[in-house]
Design a protein around this ligand. Structure first.
Ligand SMILES: [Mn+2]
Length: 338
């Protein structure tokens, strides 16, 4: 009774005050303070069209959808734009980046943003063909593609594009191993990407980091991966032993493709995913991995998948995703300038 009375006494005036301030409160953004990003691409890079033929060292590409499961549709289609909107304003690339200790993109390196690929909600084979041909165009320009997905079906057609190029090693960062052969008859969906990759003759090694919890794999899926030669670093092991063994597992000077499902991050850091799993990476741990990887191997491609803006909390997940893409951009730019 006493508690209830206290609640009633304090809650009534507070309620009114909250309502009044809520009406007056505005929510300004940093990028508004410094000039917004009208028409700008990721981190205010030049925003071009997919397939633009101007020479670049690094091409960012938004791929909203590839082969969505029809049960859920293209639930990550808004992610590329959410990632672009999360950070950046005119001139920010002229600032000192404290996470990489210098300009994010060293002078002399040209990175561009191709915007988003068009996609169909019904013709998934057409989506895959378009993705493959655009990535192939980037590779033929001797540029490095950095892909902003989209659900995790996107790596399948992206990896297809490496067929005519040097053999690759894949570093998958994901709470889930994605070795299902099919789901409801769909073999090209988000739960099958590493199995499909394993069937590509130009994929030499697969290293999978971050698997955790339950719901990532059936025992036979995991066994098939081990029989193929996958080196697993489940999250429990990484939490206990650190990242050194992961880096050692990557062949030196390998052509490394990084397939990152943002659910590899802890849900407290990135809440905006369809399958949150407790116990994931923090921001600094992810940076340590990416930086160490960049000293070991040549990054030939990258994708970030599975950010679901509709489940985001105050844009927090999109902001972390944007910083991860930015760090990969910075690391690849440094490799290009060497
Ligand atoms: Mn996943």
């Amino acid at each position: 009774m006493l508690n209830l009375a206290m609640v009633m006494i304090v809650s009534k005036p507070n309620k009114n005050r909250n309502r009044n301030t809520a009406m007056k409160l505005k929510s300004p953004e940093m990028k508004s303070m410094f000039g917004g990003q009208p028409g700008g691409g990721f981190f205010d890079l030049s925003l071009l069209k997919p397939g633009d033929t101007s020479k670049a060292d690094i091409v960012l590409l938004g791929i909203p959808s590839a082969t969505p499961y029809t049960s859920v549709g293209s639930y990550c289609a808004d992610a590329p734009d959410a990632i672009r909107a999360a950070f950046g304003w005119p001139g920010v690339l002229n600032h000192h980046d404290f996470d990489i200790d210098g300009y994010l993109i060293p002078e002399g390196i040209k990175a561009v943003d191709w915007g988003n690929l068009a996609y169909s909600e019904t013709d998934f084979a057409e989506n895959r063909a378009s993705i493959k041909s655009h990535i192939n165009q980037i590779l033929k320009m001797s540029a490095i593609p950095l892909v902003m997905g989209g659900d995790d079906s996107i790596p399948i057609p992206v990896l297809e594009a490496y067929r005519e190029h040097e053999p690759i090693t894949i570093l998958q960062l994901d709470a889930h191993i994605d070795w299902r052969d099919e789901v409801s008859g769909e073999t090209m969906g988000l739960s099958s990407n590493m199995r499909r990759a394993s069937e590509m003759g130009w994929v030499e090694n697969i290293i999978q980091v971050g698997a955790r919890g339950i719901g990532s794999a059936r025992p036979q899926d995991r066994q098939d991966a081990i029989d193929w030669g996958v080196q697993f670093f489940p999250m429990r092991e990484v939490a206990r032993n650190g990242i050194h063994a992961i880096i050692e597992a990557i062949p030196e000077n390998a052509n490394l493709y990084i397939a990152l499902d943002i659910d590899v991050m802890d849900p407290a850091v990135v809440p905006s995913v369809i399958g949150p799993a407790p116990g994931g990476f923090g921001y600094w741990q992810m940076l340590e991995i990416l930086e160490a990887v960049a000293t070991r191997a040549k990054i030939v491609g990258f994708n970030l998948a599975e950010l679901m803006p509709s489940a985001d909390v105050g844009g927090r997940g999109a902001l972390v995703a944007a910083r991860i893409v930015a760090m990969v951009l910075g690391l690849v730019a440094r490799q290009k300038s060497e």
